[in-house]
Design a binder for this molecule. Sequence first.
Ligand code: BTN
Length: 275
Amino acid sequence: MKNENFRQRISFGQDARASCPAAGSVWREVLWYDTIDSTNDALKRRAAQGMAAGTVIVADCQTGGRGRRGRTFCSPAGKGLYLSAAFSPRCAVSELSAVTAWAAVAVCNAVETVCGVRPCIKWPNDLVLNGKKLGGILTESVFSETMEPIVILGIGLNLSQNEADFGPELCGTAVSLLQALGAAPDRKTLLNAVLWELECLFRAFPEGRGDYLALFRRDCVTVGGAIRVQSAEGARIGNAVGISDSFALRVRWEDGTTEELSTGEVSVRGLYGYL
Ligand code: BTN
């Protein structure tokens, strides 16, 4: 993290806290950088110093934005919302796998509030609009012997990219709010809405699972369609038939057997060019 890129320390909450159900915010500070390698990595460094919980890091641009499975998350300057938020969950480690799904619901809520359109969710972590990827969530946990576990929720949303910003590799599969709606939302307004929704999530997690599960089931475009699941053993074809109570994907394979996937590389027929 280069200090010269540090832009401002925002005392978060004036807008969002006004409508907060409980006094005080879980967010102690919001740090905004012009350029950073990855907001998730920056929070991991703070976690190593015991300073991450309650911190949000936002950047105009990421030089090393990351997605799941070691992929790059394209993060051009001023074109997207790139943020990571850290909190200490009050739950068993086994419950942490669901937090990405919760966050997907929270981000859909925020986009709907600000833009009037609700993205769908491609299980487990992609936000989808018009059949293309609007954004994604990268959840990472930090464990140590001396501290409470820290969960880092990294969120990337495409706001004002055009085809040239995405480049030939992504322009067929990615979409921005500008492309989908004809106008990009104000970034700080959307940031406040996302932080407000994440605050609601952190207060509800894990006891309020029912509400998030119902929304996830309603919004998940993966269910009801043909899918291909890629693993080290090869590709397998099946149908996504439901979401379990723990947010796992229920799959019926071609041979009629069923399985619940808690993680995986899933292509959905009709999305991102998978025919
Ligand atoms: C995915 O598409 O698999 C997840 C993408 C997550 C991108 C966000 S942008 C902010 C945060 N910092 C990162 O390096 N990644 C996440």
